[in-house]
Design a protein around this ligand. Structure first.
Ligand code: FPP
Length: 256
């Protein structure tokens, strides 16, 4: 994985931990979404699952458009997991084509709207065309700061930790890092998200109450919001509903 594919985003370390004051203006800076339910949305309409994924891209467009107006600075979307390769070939092919198309057709528009595209995951294992389009979109939008759209592609939380541990082990082996020097901050700096703050809010659509290998380290203190709405039906209004719920939560980060 190259630095180019990640981009470098300076985290706002001076920012407060978003603990107080509560109220409707208490907004998450980083929202991460598990976009689930595309298949069920399609099957319910008697359509192939792949049509559900196409509709899912439309929902993604709507949410990316709405996010900056709602005060969101970073939006991480789980587009393809390391486990999704186990799906039937035609479905994997559709998802890969949608990724290519999204980067190809949407990058200019996102660029005009001040969106910076970033990608996390084992990007180097994707087909070359997808790697190229992602790199192109990342490079084109590098200077933007209205919203970071962070696409999790061929992403798995366990794979991310394995990659971090491998890189830490290599540094220890070469004598550049002492084992005693490894703490949570050092581990954090070896994650794909080293340059991003942790998500404040994780949204999951389609009702399942699990993380499905998403942002395992980073979700330590994330608030979780689950809706039964299938991803293709998810709109700005649902996002606003999630933000209203978030504003009522009390975040203590282990303190009292
Ligand atoms: C889960 O729904 C969704 C996915 C595995 C893929 C998510 C992808 C998109 C929303 C569109 C692709 C976007 C880009 C940028 C490529 P599911 O298929 O597991 O639904 P089900 O649980 O109802 O079967």
């Amino acid at each position: 994985m190259t630095d180019d594919l990640h981009g470098r985003v300076e985290p706002d370390r001076a920012a407060p931990l978003h603990t107080a004051p509560r109220g409707p203006d208490y907004r998450p800076r980083h929202v991460a979404i598990i976009m689930d339910g595309n298949g069920r949305w399609a099957l319910r309409r008697g359509l192939p699952r792949t049509v559900g994924h196409c509709a899912g891209v439309e929902a993604l467009r709507g949410v990316v458009k709405a996010a900056p107006d709602l005060g969101i600075k970073i939006l991480t979307c789980y587009a393809f997991s390391t486990e999704n390769w186990k799906r039937p070939k035609d479905e994997v092919d559709t998802l890969m084509s949608l990724l290519l198309e999204y980067c190809r057709l949407e990058a200019e528009n996102l660029h005009r709207n001040g969106v910076r595209i970033n990608a996390i995951g084992r990007i180097h294992e994707l087909p070359p065309a997808q790697q190229q389009e992602i790199a192109r979109a990342v490079a084109l939008t590098r200077g933007n700061d209205r919203l970071i759209l962070n696409l999790a592609v061929n992403y798995g939380g366990q794979a991310e930790l394995v990659d971090a541990f491998r890189s830490l082990a290599a540094e220890v082996q070469s004598g550049r890092l002492a084992p005693e020097a490894i703490d949570a901050e050092v581990v954090r700096r070896h994650l794909y998200t080293a340059d991003l703050p942790d998500p404040d809010l994780i949204i999951r659509t389609a009702g399942e109450m699990r993380l499905s290998n998403f942002l395992l380290w980073q979700s330590a203190y994330a608030e979780i919001w689950v809706t039964d709405v299938y991803w293709p039906d998810f709109t700005r209004e649902h996002l606003e509903q999630a933000l209203r719920d978030y504003a009522r939560r009390e975040r203590r980060f282990g303190a009292l």
